[in-house]
Structures are given as structure tokens and as C-alpha cells.
Design a binder for this molecule. Sequence first.
Ligand SMILES: CC(=O)SCCNC(=O)CCNC(=O)[C@H](O)C(C)(C)COP(=O)(O)OP(=O)(O)OC[C@H]1O[C@@H](n2cnc3c(N)ncnc32)[C@H](O)[C@@H]1OP(=O)(O)O
Ligand SMILES: O=C(O)CCC(=O)C(=O)O
Ligand SMILES: [Zn+2]
Length: 488
Amino acid sequence: MCPSCEPEAASNGNGHANGTSNGTNGSSNGDHPGFTAIQTKANPHPTRHNPYQPVGDFLSNVSSFKIIESTLREGEQFANAFFDTEKKIEIAKALDDFGVDYIELTSPAASEQSRLDCEAICKLGLKAKILTHIRCNMDDARIAVQTGVDGVDVVIGTSSYLMEHSHGKDMTYITNTAIEVINYVKSHNIEIRFSSEDSFRSSLVDLLSIYSTVDKIGVNRVGIADTVGCASPRQVYDLIRTLRGVVSCDIETHFHNDTGCAIANAYCALEAGATHIDTSVLGIGERNGITPLGGLMARMIVADREYVMGKYKLDKLKDIEELVAQAVEVNIPFNNPITGFCAFTHKAGIHAKAILNNPSTYEIINPADFGMSRYVHFASRLTGWNAIKSRAAQLNIEMTDDQYKECTAKIKALADIRPIAIDDADSIIRAFHRSIKLGKEVDLLPNMTSAEKALLAQKEKEIDIPEKRALGDAAGVPTKKARNGVSA
Ligand SMILES: CC(=O)SCCNC(=O)CCNC(=O)[C@H](O)C(C)(C)COP(=O)(O)OP(=O)(O)OC[C@H]1O[C@@H](n2cnc3c(N)ncnc32)[C@H](O)[C@@H]1OP(=O)(O)O
Ligand SMILES: O=C(O)CCC(=O)C(=O)O
Ligand SMILES: [Zn+2]
């Protein structure tokens, strides 16, 4: 359990989902004091009009997209990745259980073990269709069709960079070979997709010409790949919409994240008529990877909650991410959509108050949809009395509003001196409450060092001055207004 989280969090309905050890190798989760689950109103995220619902566009597939999950192909190209057979099978089963439509595997031409692993995964009898990913040549195609896959994804570079410096073939050769490979794979009754690598730096005329050709010979999907992550959402929209007008088959898209647009580009592609999105868990892949599965889910649930909730087991996302993070020895990033340790943590007092009243105020995604919990970080100088009141309620402590405000001021005074932990804030709440009951001052933090006590006393003095002036409080008992710096 995270040392910074209260036991209440663990027993608060959804388990100890957020603030737990998301990172696999000494994550930073334990470093943040002041996290606790809050009791929200009975109906979190009440049903309401969603202004982010998809544009009612006849091209758009945001409510009908499919996922081609490529952790076991693109993800294996991640610098840190090594998956043995057992790990591949574990990941494939987890993705299948999550509900992805396709699982793409490394080319069986890559190595003998890659071929054996491909065969092994095909034999698992998963619901998801199994694909493998090959170069556009007959040798690779011949190996691929023997593995037992449901489909073959063929790719070849069409940009001048790749035609010149990678495979050295021109468009005529590419087109002829593509036709030969497609017809061969189709003759084995296996799905076939043809994709141009580096599509966004390829000639539009070349692209539309080859896609039109392969569409006519019955390819199942064509693929557009932003291999170097150069495309902007608008460029994606334009290219996919144009392509949508040229081919009748499905359109798969693949976006690298070099410029941070991988999720946005995937969404735009769907809006423009793409049907399939390539993902990998945590986005792992070549360089900094591709559209992450979790990030895409976050984006899509906002667009069409019913579709996403009905199709994918979202509460499995965290486990899958942890499985893959562990396998490739990385931490889950703090700002990861959904599962980042603070993805549903609210800190500033203004946010906390509104969240306590209605989570939709500062959350576009309901954490419960993903089996996650929301937290209010109340042990800081940015907290407010509403958050402290909520915390006091969790501690079974009841006071008047003025008393909560005064207690909050004491917490803030200490938090002005140093970072404080939940225990500090709780001690102050308890001691403050005790002092009210006993009718005399009690030591708020008996464990404070004398230096801290001196600093705090100094702070208290500073805080009290304007209040005494403003309110003429002869006894010098601070009230919330002065302590929070609000002029009387
Ligand atoms: C953008 C992407 O991610 S595409 C997918 C990338 N995936 C992989 O590369 C899978 C792992 N790769 C491998 O195991 C190896 O690179 C292999 C087995 C595919 C090929 O290995 P090698 O024969 O030793 O060649 P090498 O890797 O040095 O070079 C790639 C070869 O493929 C050719 N090639 C590259 N892309 C393509 C393509 N899309 N279609 C056909 N041929 C291609 C190149 O011309 C080069 O051929 P060459 O032997 O005539 O020089
Ligand atoms: O096959 C594809 O469509 C994509 C290949 C790939 O990984 C890329 O171009 O980045
Ligand atoms: Zn890629």
C-alpha cells in the first residue's frame, strides 16, 4: 500500500486504485503526502448532456472504431523490450480479455523464435484476431501464411527517403510486388492489409494510386502510417478524408508520437473515416512509440462512453499497463491518462470544494469507469476548509464551519513551512478538535522539532497581525479570514 494514502482509500469502494505503486521500479507514488479518497455524492458524474460528444459527421467512426493492438509487434521494437514466449502469451491473453479486436505480432521472418511464438499465440484460440506484420515480399509472405494467423499486415515505405535509403525500390516495383503478395495471402483465405510506411512524407498521387489498385484487388484494409510522427491532426484529417473517398475497404492508421500528436491524430483519423487504430500498451514502440492504448481509451470514452464501456473491459487497463511496464522495466508515467498516479487527484482548495459537490466540475472522465478512485490532496497550503471538513468527516470529527476554517488556517500555516504529510494534517485536525472539547490549547503537533515550532510561532504571529488590526480581536484568537489572507 502507498505510504501516503489513508486506509480509508483502500476500502473506499474501488480499492486502492490510485496512489498505489503504479510505477514498477520505485515509482514516485509514495512521495506525495496528503492523498485520501473522498466520499463523493451518491451519483458521481450525474447523467448530463456531453458537449464533447462526437460531431454528427457521416464520415466519423469515433463510435465504431476497432483496435489493432501492436504491443507484441511495434511494442517489441521498444528499446527496452524483450518478451519471452511466456510473457507474450500472458500479454496476448490480457489484451484479448480487455477486448481488443486484433493482436499484431512481430514478423515470423524476424527470427526462429518469433515464428514459433507467432504459431503458439495463434493456437491459443483467443477471441481477438491474430495478425502478423511483414515486409512486402513473397519470402516473408510465404512464412507468414504458414503460422496460422488470421491476417497479414504488409508494409513498404513509399516516401522518397525510404524508397531511396531503405529498400531502394520504385513505385512500379512496389505496386507489382504488393499485388503479388496480396493475391498470394488472399489465396490462403487470410485477411490482408496493405500499408505505406511514412505515408505523410509520400507523394499523395503515389499513395492514392497504389491504394486504389490494392483496393480493387480486394485488400481488407489499407494502412496509413505516420512513421516519423510528423503529422498534425489537420494533415491527418485531410489525408484520411481524401483516402476515404478513393477506397471502399477499411482504413487502418498508425501514429508515432515524436511530436506528441499520436492520440490526437488517431482521433482525427477516426473523425475523417478511418476504421482501425493501432495502439500499444503505454505507447511503447520504436523511439518514443505510438498511440497508447490507455490514452486512446481516455480520448474515446469522452466521445462515446457507451461504445467504449460496452466493448472494452476498462477496469483491466491498469493491470495490463503494469504487466507491460514490468516486462519492459519502465515506470508508468505520473501524467499517464487514467492510470498516472495523480490522474484523478485534486489538490487546490477551489477544485476540491467543487469536486466534493459534483465530480463533473473538474473531471471529464469518471475514474470509476476504469475501476479507479479519485483523491483529494488536502495536506498542503493550497487546501481549503471544504477539503478539511471532508477529511474531518472521514475521521468522524464534526465541528462548526468557523472551526473548520480555523483548523484549516493552522494546517496551512504549517504547510507554509514545510511539505506536510497526511499524518500531520490529521494530527492538527484531531488536536484542534480536542482543544475545542477540552476548552484549552493543546499541542497540535507534539512531534515537531523546536526549530519548526519556532518558525510556526513566528508565522502565527505574522498572520495574526492583520487580523487583530482588522477585527480588533483583543485576545488575538485567529479567525479564518485573516489567516487565509482575506481582508476583512
Ligand atoms: C516502420 C516499421 O516499424 S516496419 C517494421 C519493422 N520491423 C522489423 O524490422 C522486424 C524485425 N526485423 C528483422 O528482424 C530484420 O530486419 C529482418 C529479418 C526483417 C531483415 O533482416 P536482414 O535481411 O538482415 O536485413 P536488414 O534488417 O539489414 O535490412 C532490411 C532489409 O529489408 C528490406 N526492406 C526494408 N523494408 C522493406 C519492406 N517494407 N518491404 C520489403 N523489403 C524491405 C531492405 O531493403 C533490406 O534488404 P537488403 O537485405 O536487400 O538490404
Ligand atoms: O504497418 C504499418 O502500417 C506501420 C508500420 C510502422 O510501424 C510504421 O510505419 O511506423
Ligand atoms: Zn510504427
